[in-house]
Ligand binder design. Structure first.
Ligand SMILES: *Cc1c(COP(=O)(O)O)cnc(C)c1O
Length: 372
C-alpha cells in the first residue's frame, strides 16, 4: 500500500452502529463493568488507555511500520518516558546536533539520577564505534538534525548499536514517515513530536514513540506511560489523527516548495551557507538517496554579516511568521540562537526556516525583497 492510502486506512474507522465516517472523541475518564464485574472492552481508566488514544497509537504504528505505538502529551514527554525506562549506570549516546531539549533532559534530569551520556558526530562512524560501550543502552539519532540538518546513516549506526545490544532510537520529527521510515532501516524505536508535521496545523502539542518489537523494554515504557501519565487528551489525539490524513500531500507539497526556496537562497550573494538535504552538491547525498524519499521542508540558512544582518533580514519579511516550532501549514522563520539561549552552540547568523503551504513564488519574492 502507498503511504497516502495507508494514512487514510490507519485513521478511518467506520462505526458499524452509527455509520460514522469520522471517529468520535471518547471523553470518558472511566469505564463501567457489568453485573458480573466484567469490562466490555479493554478500558478501565483513561490514563492507562482510552479508545481515542488507542486509535491514534495504532495509526502511528502502521505509518512507521512498527508493532506498538504510544502517544504522549508532547515530544519531550515521549523522550522523557523512554529515558525513564533506563536504569542508573546505563549510558546514552546522542548526536552532537539534536533538538536542544533532548540533551537538556539528559543533563538536567537524568544525569543527576545516574544516567551517563556522551555526544558524538553521528556521521563519523569511527567516533560512534569508539563511543559505544558495554553499558550503552540507547543510541539516539536525529536525522535530518535540528538545526544543522546533519544526516545520520541509520543502517550503519543501528548496526553499531546492536553489536553491544543497545537500541537505536531515531527522532523522525523532521523527516516524517512520508520521507523516511527508520524502523525499515533497522532502528528499534521512532520518536516524534506530533506537534509538528503529524498534526500539521500548529494547534496541538503531542509526542509519540513507535516500537519495532513488543518486547520487555517496550512493555516497561508502556507501564511508565500509564503510571506517570504524560499522556495527551482525547481531543489532542483526535487532532493528531486528523492531521495524519493529509500528512502525505502536505509534506510532499511543502518539500517541493522548500527545494525551490533552497535553490534560490543557495545562489543569493547575501547568503553565506545553506543547510538542506536537497542541495545537488550535498556531501551526504548517497545516504540521503538511500534512506529518504525527499529532502523535506526544513532548511537553515546562514547569512553574511552575522547576527545583526540576520535579525535585520527577518525583520523585513512579510509572509513568514517570526516564530519557533515547525511543520505547520504557515511558513515560519526563527533566529535559532536567540531561542536556545546563552548556552547555544548554533551559529549566530543562522536562521531556521519551516516552509508551509504558501506558493513558492510568493515566498521567494518575500525573501528576495528582505535580502535586498
Ligand atoms: C519540537 C521537537 C521536539 C520536542 O517536541 P515537543 O512537542 O515540543 O515537546 C523534539 N524533537 C524535534 C526534532 C523537534 O522538532
Amino acid at each position: 500500500m502507498h503511504f497516502d492510502t495507508l494514512a487514510l486506512r490507519a485513521t478511518h474507522h467506520p462505526d458499524p452502529d452509527t455509520g460514522d465516517v469520522v471517529a468520535p472523541i471518547h471523553l470518558s475518564t472511566t469505564f463501567a463493568r457489568n453485573e458480573a464485574n466484567e469490562l466490555p472492552a479493554n478500558y478501565t481508566y483513561a490514563r492507562p488507555n482510552n479508545p481515542t488514544r488507542e486509535a491514534l497509537e495504532k495509526a502511528l504504528a502502521m505509518l512507521e511500520g512498527g508493532t506498538v505505538g504510544m502517544a504522549f502529551g508532547s515530544g519531550q514527554a515521549a523522550t522523557m518516558t523512554l529515558f525513564q525506562a533506563l536504569r542508573p549506570g546505563d549510558h546514552v549516546l546522542l548526536s552532537t546536533d539534536a533538538y536542544y531539549g533532548t540533551p537538556a533532559l539528559l543533563e538536567q534530569v537524568f544525569h543527576p539520577w545516574g544516567l551517563t551520556y556522551t555526544r558524538v558526530h553521528m556521521n563519523d562512524l569511527d567516533a560512534v564505534k569508539a563511543s559505544i560501550h558495554e553499558n550503552t543502552r540507547v543510541v539516539w539519532c536525529e536525522t535530518p538534525s535540528n538545526p544543522m540538518l546533519d544526516i545520520t546513516d541509520l543502517l550503519s549506526v543501528s548496526r553499531l548499536a546492536h553489536e553491544v545490544g543497545a537500541i537505536c532510537v531515531c527522532d523522525n520529527t523532521w523527516a516524517t514517515p512520508v520521507l523516511q521510515r527508520p524502523l525499515d532501516l533497522n532502528c528499534d524505536v521512532v520518536m516524534h513530536s506530533t506537534t509538528k508535521y503529524l498534526s500539521g496545523h500548529s494547534d496541538v502539542l503531542g509526542g509519540a514513540l513507535i516500537f519495532k518489537r513488543d518486547n520487555e523494554f517496550t512493555q516497561r515504557v508502556r507501564m511508565l506511560q500509564g503510571l506517570s501519565g504524560a499522556v495527551p487528551s482525547p481531543f489532542d489525539c483526535w487532532l493528531v489523527s486528523r492531521g495524519i490524513k493529509t500528512l502525505g500531500v502536505r509534506v510532499r507539497a511543502q518539500s517541493a516548495t522548500a527545494q525551490a526556496v533552497a535553490d534560490f537562497l543557495d545562489d543569493h550573494p547575501a547568503v553565506e551557507k545553506i543547510h538542506y538535504p536537497g542541495l545537488a552538491n550535498h556531501p551526504d547525498r548517497a545516504i540521503i538517496h538511500q534512506q529518504m524519499n525527499g529532502p523535506g521542508a526544513m532548511l537553515s540558512v546562514q547569512v553574511k554579516g552575522g547576527q545583526e544582518k540576520a535579525l535585520q533580514f527577518i525583520g523585513k519579511l512579510k509572509l513568514f511568521a517570526r516564530a519557533t516550532s515547525l511543520g505547520g501549514v504557515e511558513s515560519l522563520i526563527e533566529h535559532r540562537a536567540s531561542v536556545e539561549g546563552l548556552t547555544s552552540a548554533t551559529p549566530k547568523n543562522l536562521l531556521r526556516v519551516s516552509i508551509g503551504l504558501e506558493h513558492a513564488e510568493d515566498l521567494i519574492a518575500d525573501l528576495a525583497q528582505a535580502l535586498r
